[in-house]
Write a protein that binds this ligand. Structure first.
Ligand code: GLN
Length: 485
């Protein structure tokens, strides 16, 4: 793709008629045609629908109207976001044939802003995984190295942006599923504060943790996307009733006077090259006028254990609805109970079954207080630990992941090792706080490294200001990672 520009510039060009949405779309569809067979970022490319949407945007421009902030910007959607009349599978056999009767609120907001939906992206089944290898449609490959995973669970969305299939994508982050694949694919990924982006129409995994957020080629593009999708929604009872965000306008305000805490617990287990990159990011923030100090939040060491009780507990309840009656797949049998069992046995993959069993056990009579109840108390301790750190620091800094992208197949046989991929991202979800992964150079083999910035609830504007400074200091940063021709 030629001539990189920002999403805002691309939308401006479409709004003022310098470029047509249809031409922008065709360039991206051509890129998909060429490289998608080797990457498998998508479960479905919605070319016809995209062409209709792009033509509608061009018609608005031709008639003198304004199609919106994302006019003609191609967007890829994780396949757990409901799209009316368009298959939404969560990369699971159990949703085969199901057509959602409504659009997720984020999908509506993107369309109202003039964005053009190019497809539904591959993911770990029901967002359970860190590599997209639990997908029933087969794994996505990392565009930076096709022998490696893109991360997960939103691996298809990260890969779509990294491969130039779309300048923006949406994912969901329950324990790291936006930030971890963003880090592994070399793009920006942001998990907003719980409640700032409507979850209406997001197929639920663990409802107290799930949050939708953007993937983009730059912090500014991610900020603009958040500005479009965020804000109160009556259809989601956990949506916060606050004014809509405006991150893009503060992004260049710098870090002078801020205090940044380098989170020692996250550095401890990380590969040396990733720890080194994180320290370089800290130095860049110090040179830009921030005070940088080391901070310890010992409670984060408990996060993984608490998460693997809370998330499966909620999942076991959320996934009870797939009974062969209301959604997708049905495997017929002699009576209803046998049909339920046959459907769920055939429809769910091994990881989903493992989570349902873990969750059911954690919630069962006699064990609930010892497991689920204790995990909830640990969750409170983690929130208190972060609160202590945020009395001194505006933002925390650490690696996004302990390693760079690993080879396909390397961790599939060992769930515990796979779960450890999210050790630096999960604490934020338990706290409900925002965090962002920003690409920061590569390891010795040329694989992307991501550094993570964490902030207190609703401090997205502080977060993106710091992220923009880190991004500008990243080795190889040229002003944008490219929106394509
Ligand atoms: N990898 C984590 C899990 O498997 C997180 C997934 C997510 O954020 N959806 O649960």
């Amino acid at each position: 793709m030629s001539e990189a520009s920002s999403v805002a510039e691309l939308a401006t060009a479409v709004r003022n008629g310098t470029r047509s949405a249809s031409e922008v779309l065709e360039a991206h569809l051509a890129e998909i045609d060429e490289s998608e067979p080797s990457i498998h970022a998508f479960n479905l490319v919605t070319g016809d629908e995209a062409r209709r949407q792009a033509a509608a945007v061009d018609a608005v421009v031709a008639s003198g109207g304004d199609p919106g902030l994302l006019a003609g910007v191609p967007v890829a959607l994780k396949d757990n976001l409901c799209t009316r009349g368009i298959p939404t599978t969560c990369s699971s056999r159990i949703l085969e044939g199901w057509l959602p009767p409504y659009d997720a609120t984020v999908v509506t907001r993107l369309r109202e802003a003039g964005a053009v939906m190019v497809g539904k992206t591959n993911m770990d089944e029901f967002a359970m995984g860190s590599s997209t290898e639990t997908s029933a449609t087969g794994p996505t490959r990392n565009p930076c190295d096709l022998s490696r995973v893109p991360g997960g669970s939103s691996g298809g969305s990260a890969a779509a942006v990294a491969a130039g299939f779309a300048p923006l994508a949406l994912g969901s982050d329950t324990g790291g599923s936006i930030r971890q694949p963003a880090a592994l694919c070399g793009v920006v990924g942001m998990k907003p504060t719980y409640g700032t982006v409507s979850r209406y129409g997001l197929v639920a995994f663990a409802s107290s943790l799930d949050q939708i957020g953007p993937f983009a080629g730059s912090v500014a593009d991610a900020a603009l996307c958040f500005d479009v999708i965020g804000g109160h929604d009556e259809a989601d009872s956990t949506s916060l009733n606050r004014p809509s965000p405006r991150l893009l306008s503060v992004i260049d305000d710098g870090v002078e006077g801020m205090t940044i805490g380098v989170l020692t617990e996250f550095l401890d287990g990380a590969d040396p090259v990733i720890a080194e990159r994180t320290r370089m990011a800290a130095e860049a923030l110090a040179s830009a006028g921030a005070r940088v100090e080391e901070v310890s939040v010992p409670e984060v060491a408990l996060a993984l254990s608490a998460y693997y009780l809370i998330a499966p507990a909620e999942a076991s309840s959320n996934l009870a609805r797939y009974d062969g009656v209301r959604f997708g797949l049905r495997v017929d049998a002699e009576d209803t109970v046998a049909m339920n069992t046959a459907t769920r046995s055939a429809g769910f993959g091994a990881e989903v079954k493992r989570r349902i069993m873990l969750g059911t056990y954690a919630l069962s009579a006699g064990y609930m207080d010892a497991y689920y109840g204790k995990a909830l108390r640990v969750r409170t301790l983690i929130i208190e630990g972060f609160s202590r750190a945020y009395q001194r620091c505006d933002v925390l800094l650490g690696p996004t992941t302990p390693t760079t992208a690993f080879p396909l197949g390397a961790k599939v046989g060992d769930p515990m090792t796979m779960y450890l991929s999210d050790v630096c991202t999960i604490p934020t979800n338990l706290a409900g706080h925002p965090a962002i992964s920003v690409p920061f150079g590569t390891d010795d083999g040329g694989l992307p490294v991501g550094v993570q910035l964490l902030a207190p609830a609703l401090a997205e504007s502080t977060l993106v200001r710091v992220a923009a400074v880190v991004e500008a200091a990243a080795p190889g940063w040229t002003g944008t990672r490219g929106v394509g021709s």
